[in-house]
Design a protein around this ligand. Sequence first.
Ligand code: NAP
Length: 393
Amino acid sequence: MNKPLKQHLIDPEICIRCYTCEMTCPVEAITHDDNNVVVDAEKCDFCMDCIPVCPTGSIDEWRVVETPYSLDEQFGWQELPAQAEIGSSSGVEALDDAMEALLAEAHKGAGGKSKAPATATKPTVNLYNLGKPATAKVTGNFRLTSGESGSDVRHIILDFGAQPMPVLEGQSIGIIPPGTDAEGKPHLPRLYSVSSPRDGERPNFNNLSLTVKREVQGLCSNYVCDLKIGDEVKVTGPFGATFLMPEDSAARMLMICTGTGSAPFRAFTMRRQRAQAGGSGDMIMFFGARTPDSLPYFGPLNKVPERLLKKHLVFSRIPGVDKEYVQDRMMVEQEAVANLLADPQTHIYICGLRGMEQGVELAFKNIAESTGLAWEATRDAMRDEGRYHVETY
Ligand code: NAP
């Protein structure tokens, strides 16, 4: 099978055959016959010079393909072919290179190639990209942390109106900051985990939420944290095909996070809360932050019933109190963790600071080995079964 790639195409139903794109293209990738204006996939280098000069927008069409459409095929078209099923393995492999590399890096801590849970819903990926982003409208921007905490974390709500944006819990989207870089090129999208469930931040609305921390020099985080209601945002994605939740009400979930790494776990929890109203979620969370007022969603999280989500909120910088990290609390709760490790229904998710991986790994090793389980073998088997997931930055 060929490696899937993006192909630039022109919509023959909209094109007015003015040939401006053909005259503009610096690599002579655009040509025409009596019927259509077409793009040669072998020559197009995605420079985008042709996009702004097109008077109709017919130039801005893209398809993910395994074999590019030939010039002859394109000359024969009366209309564009539909995109082959998105979310198929070819769609997954065709993630934007930069996004794919970022996610692969974020999943490195799993110790091998990540796999989705066997029962996970098939994700849609790469529906929108830099050349053809979605436009979302901001419908909410709420500060989640107190001013005194020194940490500015925002709950951002984006509405996609009539544009499809099918995201699953655990997936990310890209936000394109406006403007250009030092070389005059558009900024690349920055990835953010979605913190709402698949049926929307508000059930059955085509919206989603993000949990974004303002970073001092952060080009995109400052842009996002300063967004006002009604602002329009360019969005790529969805991305991510492995850090997904099992669609199995008997699956148990052990979630370990720091700071904004809690974003996907808010989505997981809301999914179970909505899908299993009144039932037991069988989810347990270890969540580390500096102080309660810098822990995103501290108030709402405390209201989630313990039967759904057993919460261990740990703090590292409460004055006069010993520093506690998530791995410290795991050791305190080692009986419960050991019980989960021994259960083939358990799925483990780790999300947040890269620095916590080592401590969490050591805690797992100590706990597993105290019950006679070889940790590395257990972890590798879980990963191969799609039950062990790491996403750290
Ligand atoms: P943070 O406030 O810097 O840290 C959260 C907590 O983790 C603090 O209590 C901190 O303690 C503690 N911590 C520091 N080093 C640790 C270690 N080695 N082991 C265990 N705990 C440790 O967190 P943040 O700024 O929100 O950062 C979260 C990270 O998650 C970011 O790197 C972000 O990129 C990533 N992430 C975000 C998303 C998202 O959707 N937004 C998704 C995935 C990952 P002390 O500071 O007191 O040492």
